[in-house]
Design a protein around this ligand. Structure first.
Ligand code: IVH
Length: 670
């Protein structure tokens, strides 16, 4: 191949690769198989190796190229990179519009809203459609040149298309971020390598962007959304929406959640919806940005030295905060598991006050090196329970000492054990008062024996005064015993005795749950009760018989067997029976027809008359199974009021949908 042919082929290859990069990284709609793409890249680099003088800086092979740098060169921004004014409530949003109306009376405003990405703002310079320089925001006036590192972002075009490609020099701005999935992958590999992990995707992205060697940046997958063209009005654009369209047409990634909002009400709705949906975005957004759409209005409104007057950031509730660990206490669970819990200086996080946070186990404390007196970063995302992300190393008191996990039970002082391979230390003393208290609390809880008035303070005294040493003892308590307790009036003592009496008829499923058998919660208890019908049948079942039941695995079966093989447990159950606690499942008949056997149901939304538990109970009584997620194998999805995505899943997968009336009919017919 001569030089001219090579040049032609190189141009073709580069164009094809750019096209596929766009389809894959920007649109997430790949058009060719990975192998086909790899072949194009191989041909390109082979040909460039043969004709090195034909390598161009915007060639796809040059994304990860160039020498490591010692320092980043300063770059003065053409137009200062300003910050944004903040809002936290809908009232703040309305005040924003009131300000606009005062500045430009009688004109009326339309807006565009988009996610506020929790990343790093960057400014990118293109000359004649080619990427020539990229810089961080810095102090807003002068940033640092990070061109080589930005080249590694595969969704960032090195050459532009459309109208923006024809402009001699254009500066665009956007936000570099690390997608959450990539962040988790990165942290996992850092952890495996014994290196320090990043607290959040933003820090990881900041670290990646400031790598001295672009090859390192390339291994930390970043992405970028563009949201700004400097001097757009001078370039002839009239609205922000139109500017975004030009960015998209140039090959940039523009946030798909960007929406025009013709009124402030639409803005408020947008902000609320985005906040509710923030966990599904795939990247961290810390708010929404509201921008006046008309560039003429933007120009007339102008900026303060700090922020443009035509834009506003609506900040979502914070999910991370720092606070101080006041102490680390060790709690004993109902099966003897020891859980360390950090008592924190109370701190407000995403709308709730956090006072305690579980540290899970000894290894977790050691891994994060959490100590009393430390300032810690805590996070509470979505429905996730709060946890310690990391210790703020710089704020550690000089005299702090590593936490030593106790080798004896904090309650009964019995030596604790840790089975090799298990994460938890356990107190092996089955008479341990802390375990007994936890077991009693669980026994009386709503989804177990549902004993009202059996609160923590009462349990505490019942155990300390040795009035109760097992579940069965509860049923021997008299009003006389109870009035002796502190802060328990006559009436309350009566109420408690009545409540305990009333719990005798709960039935087998709640009783099995109440016993606190390891791995037997509400679901498994329900399965066992509807399969066996009586306590004695459950007690007699072998591991083999148990594992034959759908939804019961080896581990659960062994745990059940172990529980009933224990003499003292068998004795407690015998005494519960003598006390008159019901030991069978109401309505159970051993050879009752099980017409729904093999059928699975998913319940979603609120049904008009049946509670979730009642519906489940009736389905299970006829042999059906209730599961939590919809698949093609699901027989029916029962849909009630305010049903969520499960109803959509059912429609998508073609699963039969029932309302309550049809469900009742189905249950009746069988
Ligand atoms: S607009 C003049 N839009 O938030 C325009 N900024 O707190 C000002 N940011 O410095 C920026 N997502 O780095 C804009 N969709 C978005 C954004 C966004 C994140 C960052 C940006 C800015 C900072 C201000």
């Amino acid at each position: 191949m001569d030089r001219a042919d090579a040049a032609g082929r190189l141009a073709e290859l580069r164009e094809a690769i750019r096209h596929h990069d766009y389809a894959y990284y920007v649109e997430a709609r790949p058009e060719v198989a990975d192998s086909e793409y790899d072949a194009l890249r191989r041909e390109l680099s082979d040909l460039e190796a043969a004709f090195p003088e034909l390598i161009t800086p915007d060639s796809p092979t040059q994304r990860v190229a160039g020498q490591p740098v010692d320092t980043f060169r300063p770059v003065e921004h053409k137009v200062a990179m300003l910050s944004l004014d903040n809002a936290t409530t809908p009232e703040d949003l309305r005040e924003f519009e009131a300000r606009l109306n005062r500045a430009l009376p009688g004109t009326g405003f339309r807006y565009v809203c988009e996610p506020k990405i929790d990343g790093l703002g960057v400014a990118l310079l293109y000359q004649d459609g080619r990427f020539v320089r990229g810089a961080t925001r810095g102090d807003g006036r002068v940033g640092e040149e990070i061109t080589q590192n930005l080249r590694t972002i595969r969704s960032l075009p090195m050459t532009l298309r459309g109208r923006l490609a024809t402009i001699g020099e254009v500066e665009v701005r956007g936000e570099v971020f690390m997608p959450r999935a990539e962040f988790e992958k990165l942290n996992r590999s850092l952890e495996d390598a014994g290196e320090t992990t990043f607290a959040n995707p933003r820090n990881a992205a900041a670290g990646a962007v400031r790598q001295k060697d672009p090859a390192t940046t390339a291994r930390r997958p970043l992405d970028i959304f563009l949201y700004h063209v400097s001097e757009a009005r001078e370039l002839g654009f009239t609205t922000y929406a139109e500017t975004l369209e030009a960015l998209r047409a140039a090959g940039f990634k523009v946030n798909p959640r960007t929406e025009p909002c013709p009124t402030l009400d639409a803005v408020v709705t947008y902000c609320e919806r985005l906040e509710a949906e923030r966990d599904g975005l795939g990247y961290d957004a810390d708010g929404a940005v509201i921008k006046v759409d008309s560039l003429e209005q933007q120009w007339r409104l102008g900026s303060t030295t700090h922020h443009p007057r035509w834009a506003l950031a609506f900040k979502f509730a914070a999910r991370q905060a720092t606070t101080v660990v006041q102490s680390i206490d060790v709690h004993v669970g109902k099966t003897g598991t020891l859980t360390p819990v950090a008592k924190l200086e109370p701190v407000e996080l995403a709308g709730v006050t956090i006072r305690n946070v579980s540290l899970h186990n000894e290894d977790e404390i050691r891994r994060k090196d959490i100590r009393v007196g430390d300032t810690v970063l805590i996070e509470r995302a979505g429905d996730v329970i709060p946890y310690v992300v990391q210790v703020i190393a710089g704020k550690r008191p000089p005299d702090s000492k590593a936490f030593e996990f106790p080798r004896e039970c904090p309650s009964c002082k019995h030596e604790v054990i840790r089975i090799p391979g298990e994460a938890y230390w356990r107190c092996p003393n089955s008479a341990c008062p802390a375990q007994l208290k936890e077991r009693l609390r669980h026994f009386g809880s709503r989804r177990a024996m549902d004993i009202e008035h059996l609160g923590e303070a009462v349990i505490e005294q019942l155990v300390e005064r040795r009035l109760v040493g097992s579940f069965a003892d509860l049923y021997r308590l008299t009003v006389g015993d109870l009035v002796e307790l502190e802060r328990l009036a006559d009436k309350s003592a009566h109420n408690l005795v009545t409540a305990i009496e009333g719990s005798k008829t709960r039935g087998l499923a709640p009783l099995l749950n109440a016993l606190g058998i390891r791995m037997v919660g509400e679901r498994v208890a329900g399965v066992l009760a509807s399969h066996f019908g009586s306590m004695s049948k459950v007690q007699e079942a072998s591991v083999a018989e148990l594992t034959e039941i759908r939804g019961i695995g080896e581990e659960i079966a062994e745990s059940v067997r172990k529980f009933f093989d224990d003499e003292s447990n068998a004795e407690v159950i015998r005494r519960l029976g003598v006390a008159g606690v019901a030991m069978s499942q109401p309505g159970f008949q051993a050879d009752a027809p099980r017409p729904l056997a093999g059928q699975t149901f998913v319940l979603t939304g609120t049904l008009p008359s049946l509670t979730r538990d009642a519906a489940r109970e009736r389905i299970e009584r006829l042999g059906g199974r209730v599961t939590s997620s919809v698949s093609k194998k699901t027989s029916y999805v029962v849909v009630g009021e305010a049903a969520g995505s499960k109803a959509d899943d059912a429609r998508r997968l073609g699963v039969t949908i029932l309302d309550e009336a049809t469900l009742l009919e189905l249950l009746q017919r069988r």
